[in-house]
Design a protein around this ligand. Structure first.
Ligand code: SF4
Ligand code: SF4
Length: 198
């Protein structure tokens, strides 16, 4: 009876054929999500992360991650897991993509990040450009608010320039006030002068 040909392995079975050929790349680092830096203080924090050896920051699907290269303490010299039966869930889940096929470092899977910073210098370029754009944005907002405030409370009408006429000061002849009874508080000298002008 002719032997039936085995179908090629897929999914976990296929991955199991890769792992022995791999240098256990996925057991030599870990990564976790961090806040997206959106101000000078947060940007400085990411810069600080990257000042340390073995770190990398990347953005995947809009989320920021800090990756630290550090070998798992349970990785055996032969590349096997020393705690296979009690390995963390994240280790159990790792290795397949959404299509159920191997997707990891070894298969050169979906690892095209939106942003990737491997050195502090690379991040400083991003940081400076970000802060510049932020300053421009804030300046635009400030101008917009100032315009809105101007529209909401229009300027008070300009004061009419006072002239001798508008102040009812007689430029030729005595003050109209002086035509009537003299103000009581005028001192004698002023009273006299006013009377002479009348
Ligand atoms: S990187 Fe991929 S092939 Fe290598 S050990 Fe991890 S899961 Fe296996
Ligand atoms: S626990 Fe095992 S599978 Fe998980 S990272 Fe360590 S060596 Fe690798």
């Amino acid at each position: 009876m002719p032997k039936t040909k085995e179908p090629p392995p897929t999914g976990w079975d296929l991955l199991a054929t890769y792992c022995p050929q791999c240098d256990a790349a996925c057991c030599k680092y870990f990564a976790f999500e961090i806040d997206e830096p959106d101000c000078e203080e947060e940007l400085d924090k990411v810069y600080w992360f990257l000042c340390h050896e073995g770190t990398m920051v990347f953005v995947d699907e809009g989320k920021w991650f800090l990756q630290i290269s550090n070998k798992c303490r349970y990785l055996q010299p032969d590349g096997r897991c020393g705690v296979y039966d009690r390995r963390p869930q994240v280790c159990r889940d790792y290795g397949l993509g959404e299509d159920g096929q191997p997707n990891c470092e070894f298969t050169d899977g979906d690892y095209g990040y939106e942003l990737e910073f491997r050195t502090p210098e690379a991040f400083l370029i991003y940081r400076n450009a970000f802060l510049e754009a932020l300053a421009e944005e804030e300046e635009k907002e400030r101008r917009k608010r100032a315009r809105a405030r101007g529209a909401a409370s229009p300027r008070p009408p300009r004061r009419r320039k006072e002239t001798a006429d508008t102040l009812h000061i007689a430029t030729a002849g005595p003050h109209p006030h002086l035509a009537g009874p003299l103000p009581r508080k005028m001192n004698r000298k002023a009273r006299r002068k006013a009377a002479l002008q009348a």
